[in-house]
Design a binder for this molecule. Sequence first.
Ligand code: DX5
Ligand code: ZN
Length: 220
Amino acid sequence: MIHIAPSILAADFARLGEQVLEAEKGGAQRIHVDVMDGHFVPNLSMGPAVVQALRRVTRLPLEVHLMVAHPAQFVDSFFQAGADCLLLHQEVLPDPRPLLQQIHGRGKKVGMAVNPETAVETLEPYLKDIDLALCMTVHPGFGGQAFLPQSPERIRRLRALIDQKNPACELEVDGGIDEETAPQAVNAGANVLVIGTAVFAAPQGPRAAVQEFLRRVSGN
Ligand code: DX5
Ligand code: ZN
């Protein structure tokens, strides 16, 4: 089954709770929270206070995508705020294992992400120890960018590794997912789609947009 993870980066922040509830009603199975520190990526976004506020309005799992140079320093505050899963970038963790163990030790989920210029093979040694592998399909930092053309091939390679090492590990894609690229990503082996702009900026609204994505990718 394919899961949709709406990215609130594209939501109307003045009506955030309402928008997330709309996405939930449309059938979204989790909510994706993009955290940016102005170092790992050239942009700032949101922190634990937003997770804490969302925790009160939705029952969906909250996954936090840490696009930050020093993820270890934020683990406690995001879990205290109510996060269910943290997504850590491979590029800033020369030895991720202690952090992966720490997170699993708290009974929470953890995923690892790779930027478009990082070989997906760098995740291979950790696939057994993670719940989710995130293949970035744009350069992280901003919503509304175009899906990079090398993405389907990267997703296929990551899918083959996951099937070999840990089939229970989810394969998530993030960036530029719309009605055209969603089926491409799913056909290449993704099973979780992060979608920002094409859900929250959709003229038909987030609820109908999520429903349409789910219809479009079901049966794949
Ligand atoms: C990019 C973020 C994405 C982003 C996706 O740095 O990690 O989660 O919000 O937005 P869209 O779907 O608009 O590309
Ligand atoms: Zn993200």
